[in-house]
Design a protein around this ligand. Structure first.
Ligand SMILES: *[C@@H]1O[C@H](CO)[C@@H](O)[C@H](O)[C@H]1NC(C)=O
Ligand SMILES: *[C@@H]1O[C@H](CO)[C@@H](O)[C@H](O)[C@H]1NC(C)=O
Ligand SMILES: *[C@@H]1O[C@H](CO)[C@@H](O)[C@H](O)[C@H]1NC(C)=O
Length: 420
């Protein structure tokens, strides 16, 4: 452990970018002579909570949170701690959650690093120790998991009390943060030493019948036929935006179209108007944006019989005689017009939530007049969409509905069976 203690002396003389190097060189990783450059984990959907979990260490499930600064879990009784004056501890200071009581200043000498794991569903926060944990995950050639496993030793993770697991799916071990923090799961897995590029991809499934897929590293990525081409070749890109003191991923939003008509205009800059979230179930729009979108959508679906409203939604349709298209119910499309002019088009499959056999509701929620963020793009809107967070080029690749290219997020070949 003397190596770890030396780190903080080194830190005084290093820049932020070299912290990454120190982290990866202090983590002992096995399997160096492997031919792969990407890691893969299945994503399962919990139908009760609409939360999504990845599986690590063969059988441990962690709810994924794009905005979370690290992985947290219930530690064993005895666990190693991390010194306060370590770069790992310093690197998470900016993400100290205001939901937690503020920490009394401690004596610097032998203090243990305290962090603030948060359950974003209940908004509960806890003061807990930063610790280490071994994490393992499969390598992949992009088509199927490889038989070799990448073992990441002594990764920085946080402890959490059992109570922080309240309202999470039954059987999960904790949460896996994927944010820009230097000790998020994605940051620690995207190891230059292992030639894993700074890129991760998320494909959320819409049901619990087949798992979706998460990749760390670069493609090509292939889903089973009928789409054997590299899924990355279907993506459009828009710049990723960073905000101070936030590890979240944002993209610019210039406006919103409904049924090809401009209904919301947010100016040419679109300054980080959209936050991406895997823990908010439905896209939340601040009232000044929600109202015109809602009105335009109601107008554009005037001919379809309505059904009684089902909470938390305000507009539901009777789909008995509506039929459907390849991309879901035939309703007006909703375009997010992104900063670089690209349209992210949302079709019926991602705008209308089927709440019963014959009733579907507009799955956008009014965040109120004082919403902190104009748009939080929630998980229902990104199900069966392939999203690739390319941090090297600081851009987001997005596919819109994979139904267009006749595949789904449940079509990665996890079983390794032969095809085509
Ligand atoms: C990936 O590995 C599987 C199983 O070994 C093999 O069948 C497949 O052809 C490989 N795909 C590529 C693109 O190398
Ligand atoms: C985006 O959508 C609008 C209308 O829905 C259309 O006029 C515009 O050309 C589209 N932009 C791109 C880049 O496809
Ligand atoms: C939907 O419409 C069908 C046919 O018009 C009708 O029989 C049914 O009661 C309606 N259901 C609801 C929930 O409105």
């Amino acid at each position: 452990m003397s190596h770890k203690q030396n780190i903080h002396h080194l830190f005084l003389f290093t820049t932020l970018s070299s912290i990454v190097f120190i982290f990866s060189s202090s983590n002992c990783v096995s399997g160096l002579a492997q031919p792969y450059h990407a890691l893969v984990a299945p994503i399962t959907k919990d139908l009760i909570t609409s939360l999504f979990s990845i599986t690590l260490n063969i059988h441990e499930k962690y709810v994924i949170d794009l905005g979370g600064p690290f992985l947290w879990y219930r530690c064993p009784k005895k666990y190693p701690t991390v010194p306060c004056a370590s770069p790992a501890c310093s690197s998470v200071k900016p993400y100290f959650s205001p939901l937690c009581p503020s920490l009394k200043s401690e004596s610097r000498a032998h203090c243990k690093c305290v962090v603030t794991p948060v359950n974003p569903v209940t908004n509960k926060c806890s003061l807990a120790h930063l610790t280490h944990k071994d994490l393992s995950i499969s390598w992949t050639n992009g088509s199927t998991p490889a038989t070799s496993i990448a073992k990441f030793k002594k990764q920085y993770v946080s402890c959490a009390p059992q109570s922080l697991l309240n309202s999470l799916p039954v059987g999960v071990s904790g949460m896996a943060g994927l944010s820009r923090s230097l000790i998020s799961v994605s940051s620690q897995f995207m190891s230059p030493k292992l030639k894993i590029k700074k890129q991760f991809s998320v494909c959320l499934p819409s049901s619990d019948s087949a798992p979706g897929v998460m990749f760390f590293g670069d493609g090509p990525f292939r889903m089973v036929p009928p789409t054997p081409a590299d899924i990355l070749s279907f993506l459009a890109y828009t710049p990723l935006v960073k905000k101070p003191k936030s590890g979240d991923y944002y993209i610019n939003l210039k406006g919103i179209n409904v049924n090809n008509n401009k209904v919301v205009s947010l100016g040419v800059e679109g300054n980080g108007g959209v936050k991406l979230s895997t823990v908010v179930p439905y896209t939340t729009l601040s009232s000044p944006i929600y109202k015109p979108v809602f009105k335009a959508f109601v107008k554009a679906t005037y001919g379809i019989p309505r059904a009684p409203r089902v909470k938390p939604f305000k507009y539901c349709l009777n789909t008995t005689n509506l039929g459907s298209t390849r991309v879901g119910l035939p309703v007006a499309s909703i375009d997010l017009v992104l900063g670089n002019g690209r349209n992210w088009t949302i079709f019926g499959a991602n705008s209308m939530k089927q709440v019963s056999d014959y009733v579907a509701c507009l799955a956008f929620v009014d965040g109120g007049p004082k919403a902190k963020q104009p748009v939080v793009l929630g998980s229902f809107q990104i199900e069966n969409n392939f999203l690739s967070f390319d941090l090297e080029k600081s851009r987001l690749g997005f596919s819109s509905s994979l139904f267009f290219i006749r595949t789904t997020c449940g079509n990665f070949n996890f079983k390794g069976e032969m095809w085509g």
